[in-house]
Ligand binder design. Structure first.
Ligand SMILES: [Zn+2]
Length: 329
């Protein structure tokens, strides 16, 4: 871990330190820079954030090799229920890595149902390829029966009466098709898709990505193939880190809050996007020629821009570039 921290530190220094040993301004948090581009970041690589993925790969190798000396040893010391194991103060670092790996791997494996004790009926994947929590229509709370799948299994078979209490008719029929392998001594699982261990890391990343995808303006603007500088300008606008006068003043890096072009108003995102006296004549000129470029607040411009880029990429592109050139001037 120490080595990975050092690597991240070196990357941060590369971005923010100037050649003469002085520090540059940290406009954006490191975590934001490390987010994927479609999540509003710049897709930088953080070594620390990959720890869970690497541990999952290690863990998968561990459970695949049941007869290995490491497997036998750790089971003897910590018990065989690895999926629900906890990290204690006295746990060895190997065990910590194994338990962390299990946590990262859990969302991408599908359980083979035995007695159901280790399987969380809502959170784990045991039917088709999605946990019930992710099903759009599933609303029943299982709090009063506990979340273990064993509440729905009786004497090696599905307890139909119990299932009907908590699940809809169609879902019960689907569940009844899930085979119960009561001959399994321990819990068993398979990867949702048949893949090699090399792709496990990719699958977990994908799962994390799915979990954190939110409505993000950056998702649609990044596909417009804007020129690199224009692209970067808009990324600053969307993440509210434009080094405008308002931004610099807020961070006590400037005592001048008004637009330097003599507009007499505070220079913030709204002013840059639609209010600057240098920009308005250009937009008016373009609109006279029928381009319909918005001239209101930043948020209004974003919504209008979204439609423009979808329906008329050329005008959208023109708007983005005009804004950038006006700012650059
Ligand atoms: Zn201005």
């Amino acid at each position: 871990m120490g080595v990975l921290y050092e690597i991240d530190k070196m990357c941060r220094s590369f971005i923010w330190h100037k050649r003469d040993g002085k520090f540059d301004i940290h406009y954006v948090a490191w975590d934001v820079l490390c987010k994927l581009k479609n999540q509003g970041g710049r897709g930088l690589h953080s070594a620390i954030s990959k720890v869970g993925l690497i541990r999952a790969k290690f863990f998968w190798n561990f459970i695949e090799k049941i007869e290995s000396l490491l497997n036998q040893n750790l089971k003897a010391k910590y018990g065989s229920d690895i999926w629900n194991a906890e990290i204690k103060r006295e746990s060895s670092s190997t065990w910590r890595i194994i338990v962390n790996g299990a946590m990262s791997l859990r969302p991408i494996v599908r359980w083979e149902v035995a007695n159901g004790k280790s399987v969380n009926a809502l959170n784990d994947v045991w039917i088709l390829d999605m946990s019930l929590l992710k099903w759009p229509t599933f609303v029943v709370d299982l709090e009063d029966v506990g979340y273990g799948l064993n509440s729905f299994i009786f004497d090696g078979s599905w307890d139909v009466a119990q299932l009907k209490k908590y699940f809809g008719k169609d879902l019960v029929e689907l569940i009844l098709q899930v085979p119960i392998n009561s001959g399994l001594l321990t819990h068993s699982m398979e990867l949702k898709t048949k893949m090699t261990v090399k792709t496990i890391v990719g699958m977990i990343s994908e799962n994390l990505e799915e979990a954190s995808v939110e409505e993000n303006h950056w998702n649609w603007i990044k596909n417009q193939k804007l020129l690199h500088h224009v692209d970067l300008f808009w990324w600053h606008m969307f993440t509210y880190v434009m080094p405008s006068k308002a931004f610099l003043c807020h961070r006590r890096l400037s005592d001048q809050v008004f637009c330097l072009r003599g507009c007499g108003v505070i220079e913030d995102e709204n002013h840059i996007a639609a209010g600057c006296s240098l920009l308005i004549p250009v937009i008016k000129l373009l609109n006279k020629r029928g381009f319909q470029i918005p001239t209101s607040s930043f948020l209004y411009c974003i919504n209008k821009l979204k439609r423009l880029l979808l329906n008329n990429p050329f005008v959208g592109n023109l708007y983005c570039t005009t804004m950038f050139l006006s700012w650059k001037s």
